[in-house]
Design a protein around this ligand. Structure first.
Ligand code: SF4
Length: 220
């Protein structure tokens, strides 16, 4: 049984596959607690691999489509994804992507790995308490997607990971983030740090901007 939070069909909104239709399977639970996390992954339904495949097929019901994309996400999908689930999804014709924080080893056979590595604060109550990179279990992935917080240099991940695509994503300020940062109210019109992220990329052109396309166009 797998603990599944939700399964839905939409457009991939982030990274190199932006704009491509995909079934998203969101697993419940995560081993990290990032202050800006706005993903609701607490609820879950227990499902077998066969039930997951059946629901994904019912949602992505396009006859003769040869490369149906399916994204395993979370939470942290690396806590639950295993070979039997991958085999069942491949047998049903899905091209399997995963979005992981990189702290868990993954089974062989995933077609596309997106790693979003995170840092941990030495004191989780304070934003400027010193950040240390989480220990990664992965070394080689397809893309690295980092949320640019402005509090540490994303270049640290280039020493630890190999990838074809390096993406930097603006940070969206949530209530909890503002509270932990000691800021009462964000002064800008916007609720993200897009300008700072763009400035960073202009001086570190190895990186590419990744925006959350699905939020801009109003998809889930
Ligand atoms: S790793 Fe991802 S899902 Fe887990 S707490 Fe951080 S942002 Fe949320």
């Amino acid at each position: 049984m797998y603990r599944v939070n939700e399964i839905f069909y939409t457009l991939q909104g982030e990274g190199a596959h932006s704009g491509i239709p995909a079934v998203f399977v969101r697993f419940s639970g995560c081993n990290l607690r990032c202050p800006w996390c706005d993903t609701d992954f607490a609820d879950h339904t227990d499902m077998t691999a066969e039930q997951i495949v059946a629901e994904a097929q019912a949602l992505y019901d396009i006859p003769n489509e040869r490369r149906k994309m399916l994204v395993l996400t979370g939470g942290e999908p690396g806590l639950q994804v295993d070979k039997p689930l991958l085999d069942a999804l491949h047998a049903a014709g899905f091209y399997i992507c995963i979005e992981t924080n990189g702290t868990r080893p993954l089974p062989e056979g995933i077609d596309w790995i997106t790693c979003s590595p995170k840092v941990e604060r030495l004191d989780t109550r304070l934003s400027h308490s010193g950040e240390v990179p989480t220990k990664l279990a992965l070394k080689r992935v397809n893309e690295v997607k980092v949320v640019y917080t402005g509090e540490y240099d994303p270049e640290i991940w280039r020493e630890q990971l190999q990838a074809e695509h390096w993406l930097l994503q603006p940070l969206r300020f949530t209530g909890e983030w503002l509270m932990q940062s000691g800021i009462d109210e964000w002064q800008d019109d916007r609720n993200d740090n897009l300008d700072d992220t763009v400035r960073y990329i202009l001086t570190h052109p190895f990186w590419r901007l990744s925006v959350q396309l699905h939020k801009i166009v109003g998809l889930r």
